[in-house]
Each structure stands twice: as structure tokens, then as C-alpha cells.
Design a protein around this ligand. Structure first.
Ligand code: ADP
Ligand code: MG
Length: 579
């Protein structure tokens, strides 16, 4: 058995590893005490001194006597209280951990007349005495790890520790905009955040990232949660993720699924590789979250994660529609695709892609061969085509004129000429379907694929993502794998399927998005491919119906030229074209 004091100091290392951890815990305590004003002062990057003064409800003498002992918390009493925690702290481990590894002084006064001063050195009580004090609390932490040389050596230069403290300070201040926060180093006031509304707080805290004029706030909610989202328009996207923050019940968290929801929604809006500037503040019923899984409460378990994920993606998709490149020319189709866009990949239940079922529904009413006049068709047929009354499908008002330069699909609709990049359009459509989860088509004969060690490892990592997309890849032995099913949306020769898979397994990162983009690119029709009219028209009309018609790399899928513009170009007047 370890002596109690040693055990205490080992445990302390889990909670308190660096000065910024002390800051995090002290600020939490001040906020839990209902402070309206919090002053943080540090010297030597916090390695020498960290001091927090608040005007919160303070501690009684009895509270102070206990506060540096393990499991001393006034915030919960019973096991079931753990399910309803509304405070930032609840374990009663922070002050005791700090006390074990520093010189700690606490001066505090509650509504009693007198204040109390407590001094603890490396866990040993040095002083406990009455003092005169203002209501509220000041906690001073000197010489962190002073008697733990091994740990003290791990402290970084003051500048680095200061930077880390500043990060924590801002993350604490952000979700409490009505509390006045100040950060001073030595005697210099470095950051002053007076009470304000949330947007102003964000802008003051992160001036390099946030231009409040480019931010919108949106609220989404559902059963057991509500969220306030401050999102910048997609042009503000950044090369790093520092402008993307998620808070759950006023704690910053690093929950990948929530970050991913935001990036997913912005995906085709922000230029490739950039990250949106979004601050998400979630309030979740305490019974539905568990923060008690990480020493610093950075991780959280959320029981209704998928509902929240969906609500965020939907809310952002609505917001982002304002930044669509083009208005989709057929709003009905546009809506359907919009719904496709927000389906989260990786969720267990999949609907078949709407694009496909729509073909199936509408194909019987298309009579494209007749409406399309391929070059070289007889005049008879052309005439027949022109005389054909518009059939049921043509209320969409789209007519395929042909293929231009073996690359653009030319379509007439609504008094406009659309030129659709066939490769980019097809690529995006396949990409969407892969992400939404494709139905599979089983291959009659599996395709044997030999993988080298690296590819095999990647295959293992990407197996789920491939399955979502509709690929069934099965390992026969270390090098030999079998492709047994492919997404129904893809029709390729065995040779090209083989190539596609090898390419997909060579994507540099284990990122589903890259995987799907690679597959979509390889599976899409290429520049120069001659398309049959039916395929051409379905690619063009689907691409024209997309919200935000960009390819996975962010390029536009099509351009348009209006009738008026053409008339202008030949200097005709639009009202009297024959004049
Ligand atoms: P926890 O926050 O998990 O309860 P801590 O070790 O952080 O545990 O603090 C122990 C106790 O000390 C708290 O429960 C609270 O009663 C008291 N306390 C600490 N800091 C303050 C403060 N700034 N104002 C009022 N009470 C405080
Ligand atoms: Mg605490």
C-alpha cells in the first residue's frame, strides 16, 4: 500500500499536469460560486504564481477547513446527484490536488462577518486563521510542483505556459458572457472581457478569427437539448480548426462527432481543406450527458448524439443555402437533394439514395431517345422528336441539346442554356450518394484484389466507410482480398473497379471524405466519354437540381447563359426578337 500522501500526489498528476490545469479548475470554482467578476493574475507563465479572485458566494470557515481534503465538494452529496450536475465541478478533487503539489493559500468570506485564511504546503496544513476580507474568494497557487523536481522539469518556458493559460481563460470566459473576466500577467492587464452578449464576447475573445459582421446566430433544438450556433459565412473559413469550437453545458469539449457535423455541413461551401468558423453552444439535459469520463472533462458522453448531429447539420444547411452558388433550377428536386445532403454517413439505417429511386420512378415517363436528336439522326426522326408533345417528365422543362467538346452537356431549360461539366457533375452526384449510403449490388463473381501491407492496413481502417458507401470487401488472407459487392450507383468494368479500389486504399489519410472523393472521381464519367442521351440528361438534370452545385473539390458544376444575354450578344432587342 502506498502511503496516503503519496497516493494523493500521484492522483493529483491526473488532474493537474500544467499551470493551465490549475487555471481551469480555479476558474470553474469561481463560476460555480456564481461570481460576476473574475480576475486571473499569473506570474512566470503560472509556474511562479497563479491567483484567482472572484466576488462569488465564498466559503464558510467550515468549508475552508475541508476544501483541500480529497473528495471535499459542496456540490453533490449522493450518487444520484451525479446525474443532475449543473456545476462545472463535482468531484472535489481540484483543490486537494493543487494543494498536494504547490503552496496554496485560500482567503474567502461568505455571508459571515469574518473571512478565513488557509495555507497548505504540499498537502500539509500551515495556517488556518480569521482575516478581514471582502465577500468572495482569492486562491493563490505558488511554485507549482516545487517539491516534485521530476514534474517541475516538464514545465515549459513561461511564454508557452502563458499561451496555454490564455487558451483556457478564453474557453472559460466564452460561455459566460455576463461575467466580467480579466487576465493580467504581472501587473499588466492583458485581456479584459466586460459583460456583453455572446456574439460580442466571441468577437472580443477571438478578434483574429471573428468578424461579428460576418457571423449569424441560429438556434436549433430538439428533445433534451438546445443549441446556439454562431457561424461565419463560408468565405471566412480558415486553414486551421481554431475557429471551430464546441461547448456542451458551458464546457469546451473535443467531441469529434459534433465537430464533424459542422464540417460536414460546410463541406462543399468552404474551399477544400479549409475549416469553418463556428462556435457551437449546446445545452443538454444533464441526465443525458456524462462528463465523468476524462480527468479534465474534455470528453463527454452524449446519449442523444445522433439527434443532435442531425439537428446541427440541418440548421447549418438552412443557413448555408444563402451562399449557394446557383439557385437550383428545379426547387422540387433541390429539396430532395437537400435532404440527401444532411443525411449523416455512418448512421446505422440508410435510405436508398433518392437520386436512384427517382430514376426508377420516373424512367417510364421519359422517352429520351425520341426527344433527343443525336447528330446524324435522320430528318424524319428529328421531326418526330419535335412533334412529340411534351411528355409527363418534361414538365421539368429540360431539353438535352447534346454534348459539347466531349465535356459539357448542353441543356435548355427556362429560357436558359446550361453547360454542365459532365465529369465534375457526375463526380459530385456519386460523392453524395456514397456518403448517404448506397445500396449494394452483389457481384456474380467476386473480384480478387491483392493488397500490399500498407493497403491492407488501410483497408482494415476504411472497411466501415467502404461498407457505408456500398463496397463489400472481404479479407481472404493477409494479401488477398475479395470485392464481393459494389455500390449500385457505380457501373464500371472489372478492371476499372480494381483500379478504383487500389486508388481508394492509397488515400493519404484515413478520412472518409477523401475516400469518397477519390472513389467518386474514379467512378465518374470522364472528359471525352461519349454518353448516351439518357445518362447525359439524368446527370445534367440532377446536377442542375443540386443545392450548392460544386464538385467535391469546390469547383462549380455548371454555367448558364440566358436567352436575353444571347440576344444582347447579337444586339437584338429581347422584346422583339424578330425586329
Ligand atoms: P468541486 O469543484 O469538484 O466541488 P474543488 O476541489 O474544486 O471541488 O473545490 C472544493 C470545494 O471548495 C467546492 O465544492 C466549494 O465548496 C469550495 N470552493 C472552491 N473554490 C471556491 C470559490 N472560488 N468560491 C466558493 N467556494 C469554493
Ligand atoms: Mg472545482
Amino acid at each position: 500500500m502506498l502511503p496516503e500522501a503519496v497516493a494523493r500526489r500521484i492522483a493529483a498528476g491526473e488532474v493537474i499536469d500544467r499551470p493551465n490545469a490549475v487555471v481551469r479548475e480555479l476558474l470553474d470554482n469561481s463560476l460555480d460560486a456564481g461570481a460576476r467578476e473574475i480576475d486571473l493574475r499569473i506570474t512566470g507563465g503560472g509556474n511562479e504564481r497563479i491567483e484567482v479572485t472572484d466576488d462569488g458566494h465564498g466559503m464558510s470557515r467550515a468549508d475552508i477547513e475541508r476544501c483541500y481534503l480529497s473528495h471535499a465538494t459542496s456540490k453533490i452529496q449522493t450518487d444520484s446527484d451525479l446525474d443532475h450536475v449543473r456545476t462545472l465541478g463535482f468531484r472535489g478533487e481540484a483543490l486537494s490536488s493543487i494543494a498536494a503539489v504547490s503552496r496554496l493559500e485560500v482567503r474567502s468570506r461568505s455571508d459571515e462577518e469574518e473571512g478565513t485564511r488557509l495555507v497548505v504546503d504540499a498537502g500539509k496544513l500551515k495556517a488556518l486563521e480569521p482575516i478581514g476580507a471582502k465577500p468572495g474568494t482569492t486562491v493563490t497557487v505558488d511554485d507549482l510542483f516545487y517539491d516534485l523536481p521530476a514534474r517541475r522539469r516538464f514545465l515549459k518556458r513561461p511564454q508557452s505556459e502563458s499561451a496555454a493559460i490564455r487558451t483556457v481563460f478564453l474557453e472559460k470566459a466564452l460561455p459566460f458572457p455576463d461575467v466580467h473576466f480579466r487576465l493580467s500577467t504581472g501587473t499588466d492587464l492583458k485581456i479584459n472581457l466586460p459583460p456583453s452578449d455572446l456574439l460580442q464576447r466571441i468577437a472580443l475573445a477571438y478578434p483574429a478569427y471573428v468578424n461579428p459582421a460576418r457571423m449569424r446566430s441560429l438556434d436549433v433544438s430538439g428533445e433534451g437539448f438546445s443549441a446556439q450556433i454562431y457561424a461565419a459565412d463560408p468565405q471566412q473559413a480558415r486553414g486551421d480548426r481554431r475557429g471551430l469550437q464546441v461547448y456542451v453545458n458551458r464546457r469546451r469539449v473535443w467531441e469529434y462527432a459534433l465537430v464533424q457535423a459542422i464540417e460536414y455541413a460546410f463541406d462543399s461551401y468552404a474551399r477544400g481543406g479549409l475549416h469553418p468558423v463556428v462556435y457551437l453552444f449546446l445545452q443538454i439535459d444533464p441526465e443525458l450527458v456524462d462528463f465523468n469520463i476524462h480527468p479534465a472533462k474534455r470528453e463527454v458522453r452524449i446519449r442523444i448524439l445522433s439527434q443532435i448531429h442531425r439537428a446541427i447539420v440541418r440548421g447549418l444547411a438552412d443557413f448555408l443555402r444563402a451562399f449557394d452558388l446557383h439557385r437550383p433550377i428545379n426547387p422540387r428536386l433541390g429539396r430532395e437533394f437537400a435532404r440527401d445532403d444532411v443525411v449523416r454517413h455512418g448512421e446505422p439505417q440508410f435510405e436508398p439514395p433518392r437520386g436512384l429511386s427517382r430514376y426508377a420512378r420516373q424512367q417510364p415517363s421519359y422517352d429520351l431517345a425520341r426527344r433527343f436528336s443525336p447528330p446524324g439522326a435522320t430528318d424524319d426522326r428529328r421531326q418526330e422528336a419535335e412533334e412529340q408533345p411534351l411528355d409527363a417528365a418534361s414538365h421539368e422543362g429540360m431539353r438535352l441539346i447534346g454534348q459539347l467538346f466531349d465535356l459539357f452537356l448542353a441543356v435548355e431549360a427556362d429560357d436558359r442554356l446550361y453547360l454542365v461539366d459532365q465529369h465534375a457533375a457526375h463526380e459530385r452526384l456519386i460523392f453524395d450518394r456514397l456518403r448517404a449510403g448506397s445500396p449494394r449490388q452483389t457481384l456474380l463473381l467476386p473480384i480478387a484484389i491483392e493488397l500490399d501491407e500498407e493497403q491492407a492496413e488501410r483497408a482494415g481502417e476504411l472497411l466501415e466507410a467502404l461498407r457505408t458507401a456500398g463496397f463489400d470487401l472481404v479479407r481472404v488472407n493477409a494479401q488477398l482480398w475479395e470485392l464481393r459487392a459494389v455500390p449500385a450507383t457505380i457501373s464500371l468494368t472489372e478492371e476499372r473497379l480494381h483500379e478504383l479500389l487500389l486508388d481508394a486504399l492509397s488515400v493519404p489519410e484515413n478520412v472518409e471524405r477523401e475516400l469518397y472523393a477519390t472513389i467518386a472521381c474514379r467512378a465518374a464519367v470522364k472528359d471525352g466519354d461519349r454518353l448516351d442521351p439518357q445518362t447525359a440528361l439524368s446527370i445534367a438534370s440532377d446536377a442542375l437540381a443540386l443545392q450548392n452545385a460544386r464538385c467535391p473539390h469546390g469547383r462549380p458544376l455548371w454555367v448558364e447563359i440566358s436567352r436575353e444575354h444571347l440576344l444582347e450578344m447579337v444586339q437584338r432587342s429581347p422584346t422583339h426578337p424578330g425586329a
